[in-house]
Design a protein around this ligand. Sequence first.
Ligand SMILES: O=C(O)CCC(=O)C(=O)O
Length: 285
Amino acid sequence: MKRVINDKSGQHRRSGESYLITREEIVQFNDQGYLVLNDVLTESEMVELDFWFDHFTAGKEAHRMAKDFCDMSQPYGTPIEEFQLVNAMLPSKYRPELKGNIFYKIAKDISAQLYSKGIAELDYEQFLAKKPAKENAEFAMHQDLGYWPKTKNTWTATFSLALSDSDLINGCLHLIPGTNNEKELRKHVPKEYKESSSGAINRDESHTLVIDTDPNEEIIYLPVRRGSLTIHDERIVHGSKGNLSSEWRKTYIMAFRDSETIAQERAIGFTHSHNDEVDWSSIIH
Ligand SMILES: O=C(O)CCC(=O)C(=O)O
């Protein structure tokens, strides 16, 4: 088991709302599909985000979020008291006060350094909290692109900001480096689903998709301290295990994609809300 920690990153890379990444890190992101950046946000910046994270994950906006407040590891409709993990999708849609926060500004700045072929914009964001002592608060191995409509340009940088330290005990992100460069996307199958009479897969039951992995593939773990970031791309095979600790694992996720890709998604009604009504058979040429 390998743990990846990037000791060269840190606050010395910060200048106002910018965070400088190196040429080697850009190459690593393209070749291996992920990056780890330590100590990106300061403690006082984090405290402002804590307030909204705790507000949402305590369910204070749940009454108007429908499926956007859910436990992605279980079927929709699971009672809140039985949640193992709490997902709050698109928090700044529900509380616009969150728009343009410091995490957004820094992630946008890093996206621009990672992506030179177009304009990287925020596509969606989510809060993810794993409850203490919940062995099944896990994300099955998947590739993010397996969840999304097909678009010409798939470029994505998904930023996970640790609001709590994350480690092997509380279910930090893990992944298989280099799988981002596989030619074909792996076959994703819904964890819970019913087939319609036409044989099409109905994903109304739950959001989770799963893929098979080979036990010989090397999985690496990305433990990070509070205020640090992991960044992964849309094709890398990744997931996370349950939380065996006595504390919450808290993560704020933002995904940046090419501005034209986002426009294509929106044109078919795809906003990354779990309340979207999308024609999953639609393919954008
Ligand atoms: O951070 C995690 O636990 C997993 C999140 C994840 O799978 C994702 O952002 O696609």
